[in-house]
Each structure stands twice: as structure tokens, then as C-alpha cells.
Ligand binder design. Sequence first.
Ligand code: GDP
Ligand code: GDP
Length: 458
Amino acid sequence: MSFTLAIVGRPNVGKSTLFNRLVGRKLALVDDQPGVTRDLREGEARLGPMRFTVIDTAGLEEATDESLQGRMRKLTERAVQMADVCLFVIDARAGVTPTDEMFAGILRKMSAHVILAANKAEGRAGESGLLEAYSLGLGEPLRLSAEHGEGMSELHAMLEPVAKEHAERAEAAAPVVDVDVEDGEEHESWEPTEARPLQIAVVGRPNAGKSTLINKIIGQDRLLTGPEAGITRDSISLAFDWEGVPTRLFDTAGMRKKARIQDKLEKMSVTDGLRAVRFAEVVVVLLDAEIPFETQDLRIADLAEREGRAVVVAVNKWDLETEKQDKLRDLREAFERLLPQLRGAPLVTVSAKTGRGLDRLREAILSAHAVWNSRVGTSSLNRWLSEMVEAHPPPAPGGRRIKLRYATQVKTRPPGFVVMCSLPDKLPESYTRYLVNGLRDDFDMPGTPIRLHMRSQS
Ligand code: GDP
Ligand code: GDP
């Protein structure tokens, strides 16, 4: 099973041309398939060695009246729902039109995974349209010429992670009954829904209390919809309702029978942790209050950050602590020192045994998830950028001041930003850190990895 790409955008931007280029002669019209709208075409695409399904929303005239606009919207929504990723095409020569903006609005509202493409940009054509495209707030536009086949390797590169993630999920999830293989990007919002639960992994060293915690969370009275017996070799997931929030928990070693030999267990839980981290949106790093921040804990927390997951640190066995105040201060200090990359991530004390602190843990998980999904408006982002630059201007290597011109959020889950910069290679790492920390503080995004890329203007 390969992934599905939907090509969306207003009429005449070149969607069909691109569709035909991707599908080649093996074009499959699905008009006559039951249940598929006549307006959607589907085909098997090839891009280098990559194979995937492509859906085209062509075949509509520019909307002049409301009913047509409505149809265009519906069609786009349906295509987005069917797809793992959308290629939103605009005409670089025409620049951004109001209809383009309407489409961008639909895609944003649906939180679709969007690759923005500015087509008809062969040679150096459409340069200003390409820059204008940033204003759509959908990230860096891909320069494309469907007719001349330019930009295809860049498109390939942008689809690669989608293909990889899709393959990994499909493979890993296959043996588990009832695992949501869907990437889920198609849902209206990132609030967890029945179909798209909140995905959590609890990771930590052996004996931290993972299975005790999970059992406590799931408890007796909760509805288990997941395959509690469907244990696979690699990872297992449990679906349940966490006080009104549909949740899926990816377990590592916790719920399965433990190996007797400690060595084996140590080894297993790192690999398992890794896998669980890949599945999760929020990773709960569970520490044992008696032996916190062991090497293994640090490794897994770092991995979660690098994989772009939201992280919550939970310190377990708090019931055993007598000097709670002092202990907490030490823990916070150690956390800051040992995991600076997770600055601001919530640290919650719990007792899996007694159930104390689990409400706070739940709150922390939900807010970390919300932050991870958050989007900063382009105008407030740029106001913020000019304030940051004014407060602390970038250096001027060789007498030429580095200019930061424009910032845009290119993705969520986790939040990712691009800043247009006159000399990106000359900008010191410390300045990027200054901006990342500023974003974190000023837009209230604690505990989520923030990606920030500097791009040169042309
Ligand atoms: P759709 O309505 O979005 O499917 O657009 P079409 O694929 O039918 O293309 C609309 C027009 O734009 C056609 O005349 C195409 O030949 C032209 N076109 C498509 N892609 C390109 C391109 O990359 N460069 C140029 N210059 N024209 C293109
Ligand atoms: P796992 O290997 O991470 O799944 O850890 P377990 O859930 O099997 O717990 C390891 C040991 O720690 C068991 O003996 C648990 O009873 C104990 N334990 C777990 N949570 C707590 C807690 O909150 N307080 C105390 N006192 N003991 C706990």
C-alpha cells in the first residue's frame, strides 16, 4: 500500500498537466467506479523509483457562482480526506488570487498536510508569484513546471518522508488488530476524535513503573476497544476512552510478559521505546524518582525530541518520597541541566501505584498535544520577528548586517518555521537559538520541539 497524494487548487493552474506527467500513459480514470465522484480522477503515479496514488480534482470551471464554489470546496475536501498529503498548486505567473486564498483556508482548516507548489515557474518565470506564495501561510512553495518537468526531484524529496512514514506505519501496524494506520492528517482539527485518537507512548527504563501506570490509567471501568491480547512482536497499542478523550497508547515493554533476563530487557526497551516514539504524538518519559535521569532515560527523551514529538516528563513512585520539596527542586535542576533541548517541557510527579497525580499528567499531556498542533498567525509572527530583531539585531559579518525579512510557519506537529534571511549561512547558531527560545516563550509553546530554518531569498 502506497500513500495517496491529492492535487488541489483552482482551475487552470496546471493540475491536470501535472497529473498526466505523474501518471504517464497508464492513466486510470475512475469515473465509472461506484462511489467515486465523477470529478475526481485517480491514477498510479511514478516519480523516480517512487510509486503512489494520485488524485486530481480537475474538471471544474472557475467558480463564478456560489453553487460552483460550494462544489469546488466539497470536491477539494473529499480529495483531502482521501489523501495522505496534498499538493496545493497555484499559478506562479498569476500570483496569489482570492480563489487561491479560499483554497488555502480550506486546507488550513482541515489541518491537511500540504505541499505548496507554484507552477508555471519554468526558467526564472513567476519569481514574484513564488514569493507571494509565502503569504498563504502554508510554508515554502515548491518551484514547479508541470509542463516542462521542472521541480520533479524536489517534489520527490518532499514526498520521501511521507512515503517512508506511510510504509513504516503500515508495516508496523499491520499485525495489530484495529490499529489506525491512517496518518489521520485529513481530519478537521487536531482535537482527538473517535477516528483519530490522541496517540501516546509511555517510555522509560525497566521498572520505572510503565505497566503499573498504564494499568492505572486504563483501570477497570474504562472501555477497552483495543487489542489487549493482540500482542505483536514489536509494539502493542491499546485504544480507550480517557475521560472523554479517545486515546491510543503505544506500549513498550509494559503490557507484555517481561523477559527474565535483565540484559535482554534493557536492550529490548530501547528498541521498543524507539518504535513507540515513532507512533506517538506525545511521549511520556517515565522516570523512577529513586533513580531519575538515567542514561537510558536521557537517550529516549532526546530521541523523542529529535523525532519531533511532544514530551511530558513524569516522575513516578512519588509516594515513596519524604522530602518532596527538596526532591522536586533537585529534579527540576537536573532536568534543565541534562535535557536543555526539552526546555519548558512539563514535569509532573505521579504515583502509578496510588493514582495520585494522574489528573495532572492527563492535563499536561493534553496541553502538550495542543501546543504541538498549534499554528501562529503570519502577521503576529512577523510583528514578533521585527520586535526580536529590534531588541537584538543579528550580527554584521564583514560590515554587512544580516537581514531577516519574513517569517512563516511551514508546519505543525511539531511547529516548524522558516525565516527568509539575507545571509543564512552567516547567521550564528546562537541567534537561531535566540529566535527559537523567543518563539517558545512569546507564543507559549513549552515542551514542544520547534524547528526553525533560515532560507535565503532566492
Ligand atoms: P487545471 O485546470 O488546473 O487542471 O490546469 P491544466 O493542467 O488544464 O492547465 C491549464 C493551462 O496551463 C494549460 O494551458 C496548460 O498547458 C498550462 N500549463 C500547465 N502547466 C504549465 C507549466 O508548467 N508552465 C506553463 N507555462 N503552462 C502550464
Ligand atoms: P515497568 O518495567 O516500567 O513496566 O515497571 P512496573 O510497572 O512493572 O513497576 C516496577 C516496580 O515498581 C513494581 O514492583 C511496581 O509495583 C513498582 N511501582 C510502580 N509504580 C509505583 C509507584 O508509583 N509507587 C511505588 N511505590 N512503586 C511503584
